[in-house]
Design a binder for this molecule. Structure first.
Ligand SMILES: Cc1cc2nc3c(=O)[nH]c(=O)nc-3n(C[C@H](O)[C@H](O)[C@H](O)COP(=O)(O)O)c2cc1C
Length: 205
């Protein structure tokens, strides 16, 4: 029986992205987010308007989407209640956030220069997408930011050898379900989409 449940959170399981952006003083901010989806070389990001990340993207038109692997959960969690925004919203004050201008150091993450955009990459993330802002939509408390991937960096350890394809057996994304972290993804079955797309490195049938 289905119950009428007024859910507080609609995070059903999405990869955690560490978004890097450029602060007004030229330093790189890094923030976790999970409301992201992709279609082709475009991504749509759902971000609170009060976040330093949102303000930085709207001001500079650039960001890097660093896809967090499951084994980065400790560093991601250390970022969870930090903001690069000096003026905290009432919600952030109530939920225990604090201003931290040096988040890479606070989380124990390593900076890596980008090729095409100003924000640095997160070296520990095997997939890093340098992006430019295409357009934004104001949803009141949140912004939907459409960005285009300009360059994708993929660590060779997760590639199907000799190809430009990520091996889904080797890529273990950190997943946010409701408000908890999950990882260690196991293959369930082969997908018809992968068959139609002639994708290598597929799950066994
Ligand atoms: C795992 C995780 C996922 C998150 N997902 C989102 C999200 O999708 N959108 C959002 O606005 N905030 C999200 N947050 C909260 C932001 O990280 C938070 O607002 C943070 O202050 C942003 O940092 P900034 O102010 O320096 O940009 C998430 C936090 C965590 C820990």
């Amino acid at each position: 029986m289905h119950l009428d449940v007024p859910l507080k959170v609609h995070y059903y399981g999405t990869p955690v992205v560490l978004v890097t952006t450029t602060n007004p003083d030229g330093t790189t901010n890094v923030a976790p987010m999970s409301s992201a989806w992709w279609l082709g070389d475009c991504a749509m990001l759902g971000l609170a308007g009060s976040s330093r990340t949102t303000k930085n993207i709207l001001r500079t038109g650039a960001c890097v989407l660093n896809l967090a692997p499951a084994d980065l959960v400790g560093q991601v969690d250390r970022l969870a209640l930090l903001t690069g925004e000096p003026v905290l919203s009432a919600h952030k004050q109530e939920t225990g956030y604090r201003y931290e201008p040096r988040k890479f150091e606070a989380a124990g993450l390593t900076r890596q220069a980008s090729d095409l955009v100003a924000p640095e990459r997160v070296a520990e993330c095997p997939i890093q997408l340098e992006c430019e802002l295409v357009t934004s939509h104001d949803f009141g408390t949140a912004q939907a930011l459409q960005v285009r991937v300009l360059r994708s960096h993929v660590d060779e350890s997760i590639l199907v050898p000799g190809t430009a394809y990520v091996d889904p057996h080797k890529w273990d994304p950190l997943i946010m379900k409701f408000c908890d972290f999950f990882g260690d993804a196991r293959p369930l079955s082969a997908s018809r989409l992968a068959e139609g797309w002639a994708m290598p490195g597929r799950a066994p049938a």
